[in-house]
Design a protein around this ligand. Sequence first.
Ligand code: FAD
Length: 467
Amino acid sequence: MTDIAALESALPGIKIETNPQIVKQKSRDFFWYSPVLKRQLDHVTADAIVTPTTESEVAATLAACFDLDIPVTTRGSGTGNYGQAMPLSRGVVLNLAELNAVKAIRIGSVVAEAGAIMADIDVATRAHSNQELRLHPSTYRTATIGGFIAGGSGGCGSINWGGLRDPGNVIRTRVLTMEANPRVLDVTGDELARVCHAYGTNGIITEVEMPLSAAYDWIDVLVGFDDVIDAARFAQNLGLQDGLLTKEIAAIGAPVPYDYFLRHQKFLRRDMSVVVTMVAPQAMSAFEAFTRRARAEIVYRSDKASDEDLKNLPPAYELAWNHTTLRGLRVDPTVTYLQTLYPHPHSLERIEAMVKLFGDEVPVHTEVTRFDGNIVSFGLPIVRFTSEERLNEIIRLHEENGVPVFNPHRYTLEEGGMKQSNPVQLAFKREADPKGLLNPGKMIAWEDPNFDLTSDKMYLFPGLEPA
Ligand code: FAD
C-alpha cells in the first residue's frame, strides 16, 4: 500500500493530488481505443499524482518513492493508446505537464523540457528562426515531446525523415535514474535506444534536444478517388516525388472519410476514397500537375478555403494517423484499429490483398513514410470489431499474408512491438531501476524472462489487480 502521508512529508512544497476522481482521470490514457485493453485496464488507477515543476523536484520525487518502495508511472499528456501510461501497480503517477520550458533554440535544434507540448515548441522555434520539429504525431496540439519519445514512433514529417527510431531524429535526452540518489545522465548516439520507446520503464526523461527543419505554411489538401487502390497508389507515388515537398501523405478508403470526417463531409461523397496530404506552398503547382497526370480530383485545399472553413475545419494531420481512428470512434464507438506494415517493394500488392480478404470489415488507411531509405506504406486500418477471437484471426491473416502487425491491443513493450525482448533496454533497467519501480508490468523481459513470446498467449501482469 502506498504510504501517502510519508510521501507528503518527504516532499514538502511539491504538488501531490490524492482526490480519487482526479487521480483516476490522470491515471488514464487512450487505452480504450482497444476493446481488449478496455476490458483489462478500465479499473486501473494510481494512489496519487505528483506534479513537479523542476528537474530537482523530479529527482526528489524519485528518491522518496525509491525509499518508500512506491511504483512510479510517468505521464506526459496521457495520449498514448496502448495503456502505456497506466499505473498497473498503483503507486504514483509522475505528471510532467508543468516541466515544460523551451530552453534553447539554435539553427537546426531545440532544447526543451520533457513536458513541453510539441505545438508550443514550434510556436517558439517559428518565432525565433522560422524552424519547426521534423516529426510530430497527430496529437501535436496536446502531446508532450517526452511522451512522444518514450511512447510514440513517428507521424507528420515521417515522409521526409523516417521515424523516431532513425539515428539523428533525437539528438539528446537527459535522463534521471530511479535510485536512492537519482543520477542525471546525458544520453546521445546509440545509447538513445535505451530510453526511446521504453514507456518510461527504465528512466525519466527530463529534457530533450531535437533536430529542426525549415518551417512552411503547409497547405492541407484532400484528393478524391473512386477506387481505394488508386488512392493508395497515388499516395505511394506522391511519396516518391523527391522534389515535391510534402509533410504528410495518407490514403483512407471509402466510406471512412465521408462517414467519420464530419466537418469535411460537404467536400466528399460516400463512395470516395481520399488522400490527405500537406504540401509546401512552393510545391503546389507541381502538386497540381502531378494530380492532373494521375487524373485525380482535388476536393479541398486550405489555401483556397473560405474564412469560415478555415475557422471550423481541423488541420489535415488531425484526419490522419490515429486521429482517423479517433474520428471513427466518435461516430461508432464499436470500431477499433490495427497497426500494420506493407513491406517494400510489395506495399501495393499487399494492400490490395488485404482489401480482397477483408473488404469493409477492415477499410484501408495507409500512411506513406520513409523507412530505411525506401518509401513505404504503413497501415492504421479501422477494424469493425465483432469479437476478440475475430480480431486475433484478422491479425493472424495479415501476418500469414506477409503484412506484419504491431499489435495495439497489448500493453507490454514486447507484444506491441517486434515480439522480442530488447536487451539494451533491459540492461539499462537493471542499472537505472534496480528495484523495478518504474512503470511496472510493461516490460515482460524484466517481469517474467521465461515468458514465451511465440506462444500466442497474451501476457497478463500478475501485479495488475483484478477489477
Ligand atoms: P503519454 O501518453 O503521457 O506517455 C507515453 C508513454 O511514455 C508512457 O509509457 C509514459 O509512461 C511514458 N512517458 C511519458 N513521458 C515520459 C518521460 N518524460 N520520461 C519517460 N517516460 C515518459 N503516436 C505516434 O507516434 N504518431 C502519431 O501520429 C500518433 N497519433 C495519435 C493520435 C491520437 C488521437 C492518439 C490518441 C494517439 C496518437 N499517438 C500517436 C500516440 C500518442 O499520442 C503519442 O505517442 C504521443 O506522442 C504521446 O505523448 P504523451 O505526452 O501523451 O505521452
